[in-house]
Design a protein around this ligand. Structure first.
Ligand SMILES: *[C@@H]1O[C@H](CO)[C@@H](O)[C@H](O)[C@H]1NC(C)=O
Ligand SMILES: *[C@@H]1O[C@H](CO)[C@@H](O)[C@H](O)[C@H]1NC(C)=O
Ligand SMILES: *[C@@H]1O[C@H](CO)[C@@H](O)[C@H](O)[C@H]1NC(C)=O
Length: 228
């Protein structure tokens, strides 16, 4: 498979230099169906965290400082938005940045679903394992961001993360959080949430996904004030 990867990588980089949007599009489509399968299956680095509270069906984690590359997508569905955002991030890690730097694929791929009264937007994010990441090429419309310490409630689920099941998993996590005696009842089913996908689409079984809810602002046991 390595020749496919080399071909796609080379054509991807060449097309970016030529600045031709149709070539970029071709390379991206080829990349998404081929490179994704080749690369995303390899052992990957993930952001570090500490588990501060453990229950049978969820846990509370504290993530430290994590640098992400983030793609805002005004999409209509979780599936489509994740694909679109990942296309752009894929180009960034393969050299479409101001230093032409290459980054290793990491996991998980995050899709944050942010809901307001007027619309739902999606932020697709990938952890950058190398320090001091360069600015993305402007046409990709990506943002570099860095978390300070974040407190996350996390529920795992298997299979494929899709429009059909992500909301159900989020609601199950909310129900678990609310059921606790000391829970802050302000947590309702309209909360914004993040889906973390750890495996490439090539893996049909043994898949790991998680739904994350930011509980930094809530009175969740195990999340100490200094973590907020
Ligand atoms: C970009 O490359 C230059 C020259 O190699 C280097 O000095 C600089 O630190 C790099 N910047 C980033 C953000 O990687
Ligand atoms: C959730 O959102 C819907 C639609 O925006 C709204 O009607 C409902 O009141 C919200 N529920 C809560 C508990 O805030
Ligand atoms: C999916 O990713 C998780 C976390 O990296 C890993 O433990 C698991 O083995 C992967 N599943 C497959 C089928 O590769």
């Amino acid at each position: 498979m390595s020749w496919i990867f080399k071909w796609v990588q080379r054509s991807g980089l060449a097309s970016l230099k030529m600045g031709s949007s149709s070539l970029i599009l071709m390379a991206v489509i080829a990349c998404f169906s081929i490179c994704n399968l080749v690369l995303y299956g390899l052992a990957t680095e993930s952001p570090k965290y500490e588990v501060v509270h453990l229950e049978s069906d969820y846990e509370i984690r504290v993530y430290g400082e994590v640098p992400w590359i983030s793609a805002l997508v005004h999409g209509t569905s979780f599936d489509k938005s994740t694909r679109e955002g990942f296309h752009r991030i894929y180009q960034y890690i393969h050299g479409a940045n101001l230093n032409s730097s290459q980054f290793p694929m990491t996991s998980p791929v995050l899709t944050s679903v942010i809901r307001s009264s007027s619309e739902t937007v999606y932020y697709v994010k990938l952890f950058l394992s190398k320090g001091n990441p360069p600015q993305p090429s402007p046409e990709l419309n990506l943002q570099l961001e860095k978390w300070s310490a974040q407190c996350m409630a996390v529920r795992k689920f298997s299979g494929f993360a899709e429009d059909d099941n992500v909301k159900k998993e989020m609601e199950a996590l909310v129900a678990s959080l609310i059921a606790r005696p000391t829970a802050n009842k302000a947590l309702d089913a309209n909360v914004s949430y993040t889906i973390a996908q750890y495996n490439s689409s090539r893996h049909l079984s043994g898949r790991l996904n998680e739904v994350w809810i930011d509980v930094s602002g809530f009175n969740v046991e195990g999340c100490l004030p200094q973590h907020r």
